[in-house]
Write a protein that binds this ligand. Structure first.
Ligand SMILES: [Zn+2]
Length: 216
């Protein structure tokens, strides 16, 4: 499995093209940079079909571009049961679309069950429920390559996502990070900023250390 980071330059947010026999995109960006992103995705696909766009959580900077990419690649969009209702009804408040000054087109997402595995033709992506940043946030884990996509739960260098936004919860952030430190993680692919290949788990541990220090 190869992973290519695509940065949405209209709001410094990451998408990932997961390059396998059944390629998928993790997150969809804010949408302002959609044309350039679609061109990149088309090149990476080199004739293959995009199997899906998996949204780590509902926030507008990760989902604003979903409708356009969905149409361009005739791909299904997936989200967890905790996030799907807000996306299906085009909720502009809890997705943060209003604060971004954007419009959220309702997205007819398909539901990804927690603890299910999404087949990517080279093993699968395990859907781990990691609430705290939003109630239905997920991380995706590819055991075969020890890769973890964390959305906005945890970034590199101990940075942790916000818990003060709608449906966020600090205690759940801590418990979600505790869940992740039990995994073998070599590669960490967060929703913002740089990714880490080799020492992924160290970054997750550092994030947990930071939130635990705030708990005291
Ligand atoms: Zn977010």
């Amino acid at each position: 499995m190869n992973v290519h980071q695509i940065v949405d330059l209209s709001f410094d947010v990451n998408l990932y093209f997961v390059d396998t026999p059944k390629p998928v995109l993790v997150d969809a960006g804010v949408g302002g940079d959609g044309r350039r992103i679609a061109t990149q995705v088309r090149e990476m696909l080199s004739g293959r079909k995009l199997q899906g766009i998996i949204l780590t959580h509902r926030h507008f900077d990760h989902v604003g571009g979903a409708a356009e990419l969905m149409a361009k690649f005739s791909a299904d969009v997936y989200a967890s049961s905790g996030e799907a209702p807000a996306l299906i009804r085009g909720d502009e408040v809890t997705t943060g679309a209003v604060s971004f000054g954007g419009r959220l087109v309702p997205i007819p997402v398909k539901i990804l069950d927690y603890d299910s595995t999404f087949d990517i033709g080279d093993g699968g992506l395990l859907v781990i429920h990691t609430p705290g940043h939003t109630e239905g946030s997920i991380c995706l884990y590819h055991a075969k390559s020890k890769s973890l996509f964390t959305g906005d739960l945890v970034f590199t260098d101990g940075n942790v996502g916000r818990w003060d936004l709608s449906t966020g919860d600090f205690g759940q952030i801590v418990r979600s990070l505790e869940k992740l430190v039990g995994l073998e993680v070599q590669n960490l692919y967060p929703g913002h900023g740089p990714y880490a290949e080799r020492d992924g788990l160290d970054h997750v541990r550092l994030g947990l250390q930071v939130v635990r220090s705030l708990q005291r």
